[in-house]
Design a protein around this ligand. Structure first.
Ligand code: PMP
Length: 426
């Protein structure tokens, strides 16, 4: 390891203080000190290109977001049991971004909580228990949401009435009509849940299938899934924690690329550019009985500062045209990786939409055998050259490239040049 003695000492303290459940990125973990835009600096002042952080989606420490948080924190920060205008102004603008019928917005602190609330509501509304997810889904770390997050691994038990279907893997499966194919897989699970008397409360999926390996295409895939779920009395939940707020470059929301109208939409990560704020947005009929039978309060969810941060983020996305930038620079990056795939046999597939790109590493293009070691070598090789990415998918062999949306053409060039140099060493 090339860590400095100081950083090594911090790793030891971390293990001693935080215990064994935490994981650091990279063979040589980075001690971060400060950041701005898409650039990050370590404790020795070295500069890194951040091509991975989707939380600080409008750029690290964006001055307008920092300013909004600071000003609000200096004025008042309290919860949702008082009349406040900020939460209403934000809810109004957020809700206006969804096409179709009017919705309500409910605020939480994390994506896990948003998904937890969405599924509780699905169960209450439908009277059913079953939850259908994709094979390698990640939806959160609460008891309920971890129970429908198989990507946590074989020792993290799934809930009793949780059933899995394959993700729409455009590289390995790709049936002629993938939407129909997926709906059939969902139907099989519905039949099983009904036989056990649980019925189906919901289907929930990340609209870009991130932890399954980033499956952005084909678009307009999911209507047949919505149809079979509705026919069985369940609801469709779009998890937009990863795919939301312009990540896909085509639309503000990932589900919009599939032309569907989800019953509930959950979001988080980039919503406050690092300040904890998340939400579930639902059709009124879904929350009607739930709201009558339950009181909802979340001490920090929707607090005054959280709303100020979220409002500033939404403003910046619009003012700086970041959805458009995501589309433009994302396309450059994808084309760049496609060019590298002509040069390097280890690249089996390049996919993605906007600034969410998956580059799948394989041992052999004809067998498509996953090459996790190559992916790890690229991730660590890039880190050594001070470019930050990661890997995803069931076999952890898909490079995950997901920079803040303010990534420029010059940043894309720098990433591709460094990637070329690393691929050449494999
Ligand atoms: N859903 C998806 C698709 C996610 O990627 C994540 C976080 N990785 C979550 C939900 C959970 O969000 P949080 O960590 O804010 O609880």
């Amino acid at each position: 390891s090339n860590l400095t003695p100081e950083s090594r000492k911090l790793v030891e303290r971390r293990i001693a203080l935080l215990g064994p459940a935490y994981r650091l990125f990279y063979k040589d973990p980075v001690e971060v000190a400060r950041a701005s835009g898409v650039l990050l600096y370590d404790s020795e002042g070295n500069e890194y290109l951040d091509a991975y952080n989707n939380v600080v989606s409008v750029g690290h420490c964006h001055p307008k977001v920092v300013d909004a948080i600071t000003k609000q924190a200096q004025t008042i920060c309290t919860h949702t049991r008082y009349i406040q205008k900020g939460i209403l102004d934000y809810a109004e603008q957020l809700l206006a971004t969804f096409d179709g019928p009017a919705r309500h917005a409910m605020f939480t602190c994390t994506g896990s909580e948003a998904n937890d609330l969405a599924v509780r509501m699905a169960k209450h509304h439908t009277g059913n228990q079953g939850i259908i997810i994709t094979d390698e889904a990640y939806h959160g770390n609460s008891e309920l949401s971890a129970g429908f997050s198989p990507s946590l691994g074989p020792y993290s038990p799934l809930g009793t009435f949780v059933r899995r279907v394959p993700a729409p893997d455009s590289y390995r499966i790709a049936p002629e009509n993938m939407g129909q194919w997926m709906a059939e897989k969902v139907s099989e699970q519905i039949v099983d849940l009904q036989r056990r008397g649980a019925g189906v409360a919901c289907f929930i999926a990340d609209s870009m299938f991130s932890s399954d390996g980033i499956f952005s295409h084909p678009t307009n895939l999911l209507q047949p899934v919505v149809d079979v779920i509705h026919k069985a009395g369940g609801i469709y939940i779009a998890d937009e924690v990863q795919s939301g707020f312009g990540r896909s470059g085509e639309k503000l929301w990932g589900y919009q690329r599939h032309g569907i109208t989800p019953d509930i939409i959950t979001m988080g990560k980039p919503m406050g550019n690092g300040y904890p704020v998340a939400a579930a947005v639902m059709l009124p009929e879904i929350v009607e009985k739930f709201g009558r039978d339950n009181r909802y309060f979340n001490t920090f969810g929707g607090n005054t500062v959280a709303m100020a941060a979220a409002q500033a983020v939404l403003n910046v996305i619009k003012d700086e045209q970041l959805v458009e930038n995501s589309l433009k620079v994302g396309k450059m990056l994808r084309e760049g990786f496609e060019a590298l795939a002509k040069k390097y046999q280890g690249i089996g597939d390049v996919r993605g939409s906007g600034l969410y790109i998956g580059v799948e590493m394989v041992k052999d293009r004809s067998t498509k055998e996953p090459d996790a070691a190559a992916a790890a070598a690229v991730v660590n090789g890039l880190r050594a050259r001070r470019v930050l990415i990661s890997a995803t998918g069931a076999a952890a062999n898909t490079l995950k490239i997901r920079p803040p949306l303010v990534f420029s053409a010059a940043h894309a060039d720098r990433l591709l040049t460094e990637a070329d140099a690393v691929f050449a060493t494999l």
